[in-house]
Design a binder for this molecule. Structure first.
Ligand SMILES: NC(=O)c1ccc[n+]([C@@H]2O[C@H](COP(=O)([O-])OP(=O)(O)OC[C@H]3O[C@@H](n4cnc5c(N)ncnc54)[C@H](OP(=O)(O)O)[C@@H]3O)[C@@H](O)[C@H]2O)c1
Length: 263
């Protein structure tokens, strides 16, 4: 996610000299540099030094070690923007002291500047810090300011969201092949259908229900398909999946907090 965001910032017009990346291992640093052309170091504290915005893009399990590396090195006046799933703002503030902290949850369509990112600010995140964080996030898509207690749900809906769509795509392609379509045709039909339906949903300002009703004639083919999905508890399964993802986000956050408090 850090590399994707960096690439987006470069596309948005940031100069490579405006950004420094930090990696944990030589091969990671080499790969990040190859993908972005940005200086990549193995020293997060050095990378963060004197930067207006410090983006944290490690897994929740790695956050404790990273905070240990940058503690005392990130100073008031800098803004920390954390993308770590589940990790609460209060934990970052507790570890880093008097710095503005913004927590955000983007998603992988950031790679094509179509991310949906929700973010929230901590105690010291004033309008300027929020604006700065939003500017960084907006380089890769749309942003939405929300209360922190909603971010686990955001993680489950839009953070995880692309995976729901990819599973639907895989299932449709397999079904298309079983109906006799060659693989390349099945893949193209599904790919363009998901893209077109997504664009209609985003651009037509009609609800998903209205758009679905438009393609569902009484006694028709879509009605037959929808009946099978509803009978098979499609909605209940999606609800369960989103609940499980939100719960997992809370667990990852709690584990990160427990580790921070313990050590
Ligand atoms: N992927 C998504 O769809 C998505 C969406 C929204 C938010 N997020 C959040 O973004 C964060 C990163 O996710 P990701 O999928 O990008 O994970 P990732 O691919 O594992 O990237 C994290 C990178 O951070 C490096 N790292 C770990 N500890 C470090 C340290 N102390 N100093 C420097 N580098 C360090 C890791 O190095 P190694 O290669 O050595 O492990 C790895 O290259 C997570 O907290 C995730 O919840 C992800």
């Amino acid at each position: 996610m850090g590399t994707i965001l960096c690439q987006g910032l470069l596309r948005a017009g940031w100069a490579p000299e405006d950004i420094v990346m930090a990696a944990r291992r030589e091969d990671g640093a080499r790969r990040a540099h190859e993908l972005t052309g940005v200086t990549t170091v193995l020293d997060p504290a050095g990378a963060a030094q004197e930067r207006q915005v410090v983006v944290i893009a490690v897994k929740p399990a790695d956050i404790h070690d990273l905070l240990g590396q940058i503690r005392g090195k990130v100073l008031p006046g800098q803004t920390v923007l954390s993308l770590a799933a589940g990790v609460p703002v209060a934990m970052l503030e507790g570890a880093l002291g008097n710095v503005a902290v913004v927590r955000a949850m983007p998603n992988t369509p950031a790679a094509v500047d179509q991310a949906m990112t929700a973010y929230c600010g901590g105690r010291l995140a004033d309008d300027a810090a929020l604006k700065l964080a939003a500017e960084v996030l907006a380089a890769v898509g749309e942003t939405m300011l929300l209360d922190e207690d909603l971010l686990d749900a955001v993680t489950a809906v839009s953070g995880t969201g692309p995976a729901y769509v990819y599973l639907l795509a895989e299932s449709l392609i397999e079904a298309a092949i079983r109906e006799g379509l060659p693989h390349h045709a099945a893949a193209k039909l599904v790919e363009q259908t998901l893209k077109g339906a997504g664009m209609l949903l985003a651009e037509e300002h009609r609800t998903p229900f209205e758009l679905r009703a438009q393609v569902t004639s009484p006694g028709g083919t879509t009605a037959a398909a929808m009946h099978v999905l509803m009978e098979g508890s499609f909605r209940a399964l999606i609800e369960d999946a989103v609940r499980a993802a939100a719960q997992r986000s809370r667990e990852l956050g709690s584990q990160a907090v427990a580790r921070e408090v313990q050590e």
